[in-house]
Write a protein that binds this ligand. Structure first.
Ligand code: KIV
Length: 270
């Protein structure tokens, strides 16, 4: 089975891919033009990540982005996408500790952006919120390991769950997320051996970022993999382009042409 044959990717297609051993490709997008390119290239899942807070808005963490801002990004992406499954992050402060608020936040995302699913960071501590969102028929993707919305608790972006206690908790949380009905789980920055074990223990797909190759799929932030953002170069990142330099070079040429009166020429005017 090749997913390119599917006219539209659904959560059921992802489940089928896991069963058949076909890897799931996932990238972030936050705007119409980027989402259109990624979708046309044949990506399986587009994540409207709260990493928009960093790469689109220039914040140091994912914490400041608001629900309204996420809905703006998600609806821009949805206007472009014809095939990929679109998952949207519930931002910090819109689902933790209050399942009624969590449901309202998820409903706003689904109603106002037309997205296909939401993603929440955490395990047992947000079970009630996940239960409530699922009960409204909204598909939920989980996210375990390095959960950037908890950066103030962690204090650092280092690899998580290297110690037995945290690894055990993560394994239990993955099982719990499967049992409550999540359709997939992102595993961020954990040892490859742990990601492999979790992937083998649950029936829903795992999508890794810095979690090795023995997971059911991979996700990267588009600005990192295209080399637009050069400030971030963790070991797990593969850079497929150097768009920062290419775009800067093009802008420098434009400035030079304007200053030297080379642009516009005779053919570029009316
Ligand atoms: O917000 C995001 O981009 C994410 C990915 C890194 C998984 O959550």
């Amino acid at each position: 089975m090749k997913t390119l044959n599917f006219p539209r990717i659904t959560t059921h297609v992802l489940q089928e891919m896991k069963l058949k051993g076909e890897k799931i490709s996932m990238l972030t997008a936050y705007d119409y033009s980027m989402a259109r390119i990624i979708d046309h290239a044949g990506i399986d899942v587009i994540l409207v990540g709260d990493s928009a807070s960093n790469v689109m808005a220039g914040h140091k963490t994912t914490l400041p982005i608001t629900l309204n801002e996420m809905i703006y990004h998600a609806s821009s992406v949805m206007r472009a996408v014809e095939r990929a499954l679109v998952v949207v992050d519930l931002p910090f402060g819109t689902y933790q500790g209050n399942s009624r608020e969590a449901l309202n936040s998820a409903i706003r995302i689904m109603k106002e952006s037309n997205a296909n699913a939401v993603k929440l960071e955490g395990g047992r501590e947000i079970k009630e919120s996940i239960d409530r969102i699922l009960s409204a028929g909204i598909p939920v993707m989980g996210h375990l390991g390095l959960t950037p919305q908890s950066i103030n608790k962690f204090g650092t972006y280092v690899v998580r769950a290297k110690e037995e206690e945290e690894a055990q908790r993560l394994k239990e949380d993955a099982k719990l997320l499967e049992e409550v009905g999540c359709f997939a789980i992102v595993l961020e920055k954990i040892p490859a051996s742990l990601a492999k074990e979790v992937t083998g223990n649950i029936k829903i797909p795992t999508i890794g970022i810095g979690a090795g190759s023995k997971v059911d799929g991979q996700v990267l932030v588009i600005h990192d993999m295209l080399g637009i953002n050069q400030d971030f170069s963790p070991r797990f990142l593969r850079r497929y382009h150097n768009l920062y330099e290419e775009m800067k070079g093009a802008v420098e040429m434009y400035i030079k042409d304007v200053k030297s009166l080379d642009f516009p020429n005779e053919r570029e005017q009316y």
